[in-house]
Structures are given as structure tokens and as C-alpha cells.
Design a protein. Structure first.
Length: 203
């Protein structure tokens, strides 16, 4: 057990991951509500537990206390985190032995009454662009399932109905764009920045 580790995130869709000793991952359980911003994940439960914000071996987590925003007093804080299967293939059976099988939930209907595909297109046509974690959170709050959202975003991208790409200023963030907005605004902006960078480097 002393050599066992667990990789955790604050929310399932967050890109930040931290490595902790498995023994420090306290009170593991199935839940639909994330740590931090308390996102409710409709029809999708994950393994959550608690760790101390300063106890990580390496990596980073979304935690306001580490940014000097001490809404709950100075660090360290005991924070809620999730352990995804894709991050913990070697330890996942160990976690399942503790928490048991994933609970079954009755699927609720989206509040809009629309299909997930229609709501994705509506959200993007309204906002023109959306960071990956933000659009997923919006669709989860409407009532669509996490796996369905991820699968449909990939499919709509392949079908050229939406466009996915990275923020030119920060490649860590994945964005989804309304196709018309991408072609008329984003792509010309990226090309202009590249041309300016090339011109500057050639001087």
C-alpha cells in the first residue's frame, strides 16, 4: 500500500491532475457532485474522496486556497476530489473494492426537452465559442449525460458541424466553436497572429 498512488482531479472535466498516496485518499465514495464549484453531474457518478490540498506528491489541482484566495482560511484545506478510471487503471480495482459497484440512477429528462445534439448546437450558436469544460458543465446542468456529451462533441466535430481547437494564447484549453464564427472570426485572427509572429522573427 505504501507504494500505491491515486491520481485525482477537482472535477471530472478539469485538465489539472495531482498525484497522492492512495492511503491519503480519504472516504472514497460514489457521488454526482464535484468538489470546488459543486457541479452536479446528472446521471453520471464518479469515485470521490478527500485529500489535503498540500499533500500531493506532484501535479496541480483547481483550488482557490493555493492561489491565495483564502475564503475558508489559510491552507491546508481538506478538499473533495475525484479519481477517474482513465487516470487510475492500475488502482481502479482497489478503489472499486472499497466503494462497490457504480450505483444505478434513473435517467432524468433534459430540462430543455431537446436532444443533446440540439442543445450543443444551441449553446454554441448562442455563445459562438466555449471552453471545453464550460460547455460540458452547461450541458450537464441541462440534464444530459457526461458520456453522451463527450461522444457527441467528437461526432459533431467529425461531421464538420462544429469546430474544436486550442486557444491560440494557451494550448491547455480546448475550445469548441460555432462553425460560422470559427471561419469568419477565429481562423482569420489565428492567421493574423501567425503572420505577425513570422514577420517579427524575420526582422
Amino acid at each position: 500500500m505504501s507504494d500505491a498512488f491515486v491520481f485525482v482531479r477537482r472535477q471530472p472535466a478539469d485538465y489539472r491532475i495531482a498525484k497522492y498516496p492512495l492511503s491519503s485518499f480519504e472516504n472514497p465514495h460514489w457521488d454526482e457532485v464535484s468538489g470546488g464549484v459543486q457541479t452536479t453531474l446528472f446521471n453520471q457518478s464518479f469515485i470521490y474522496g478527500y485529500v489535503w490540498c498540500d499533500g500531493m506528491i506532484e501535479g496541480e489541482l483547481a483550488h482557490s486556497g493555493q492561489l491565495g484566495i483564502e475564503n475558508h482560511g489559510p491552507c491546508p484545506h481538506r478538499i473533495k476530489v475525484c479519481a477517474l478510471k482513465k487516470d487510475n487503471e492500475s488502482q481502479y480495482n482497489t478503489l472499486l473494492a472499497i466503494v462497490g459497484p457504480r450505483p444505478r440512477y434513473e435517467r432524468s429528462k433534459p430540462t430543455t426537452g431537446n436532444t443533446c445534439k440540439k442543445d450543443i448546437l444551441l449553446v454554441l450558436s448562442d455563445s459562438k465559442e466555449s471552453r471545453g469544460t464550460i460547455i460540458i458543465d452547461k450541458l450537464l446542468k441541462i440534464g444530459h449525460g457526461y458520456s453522451n456529451i463527450k461522444a457527441l462533441l467528437k461526432r459533431l466535430d467529425r461531421e464538420d458541424l462544429i469546430v474544436s481547437g486550442s486557444d491560440p494564447e494557451d494550448n491547455r484549453f480546448n475550445y469548441y466553436y460555432d462553425k460560422e464564427y470559427w471561419e469568419s472570426v477565429v481562423l482569420p485572427s489565428i492567421k493574423a497572429k501567425r503572420n505577425n509572429s513570422t514577420s517579427a522573427s524575420s526582422k
